[in-house]
Design a protein around this ligand. Sequence first.
Ligand SMILES: [Zn+2]
Length: 147
Amino acid sequence: MYIYSTKDVELYTCIMANAQVGVRFIENSRGSQTLVHNEYLFSLKTRRGDRSYWNCVNRDCTAKINTRNGIPTKIMVNHNHPQDPVGVTAKQMMSNIRKRVRDTIEPIPAIYDDMLATLRTPEWDEDTEAVAIKLPTFYSARPALYR
Ligand SMILES: [Zn+2]
């Protein structure tokens, strides 16, 4: 029989609750986060205690999400623009690259090439190409990766 710590239970509850409402988080450089809801990106506007207030990254859009301890308490998403699955995928890939840079001793150019190679599959299509174009090149991404 497994004994879970309160923290494990809290984390699990948080992930399950977020999965139900289609919310997840992507880690940016410098440890900040981007909230993803239904293939839309939100950036953190303010944080007060355990409450965070997120705005759609599109400045002309009024969509907002409030979270408390990482769980949405209010989702007001009348977006006036289409979803951005390509932008979400590119952001996720950069986050994965940063994570691998941090957690392994592999040389950064090798990690970067390897991640780009995962895009070059037989299923390469217009969407894949759009993601590749959105990714910063190794040399422009390097300062952020070495941080
Ligand atoms: Zn929006």
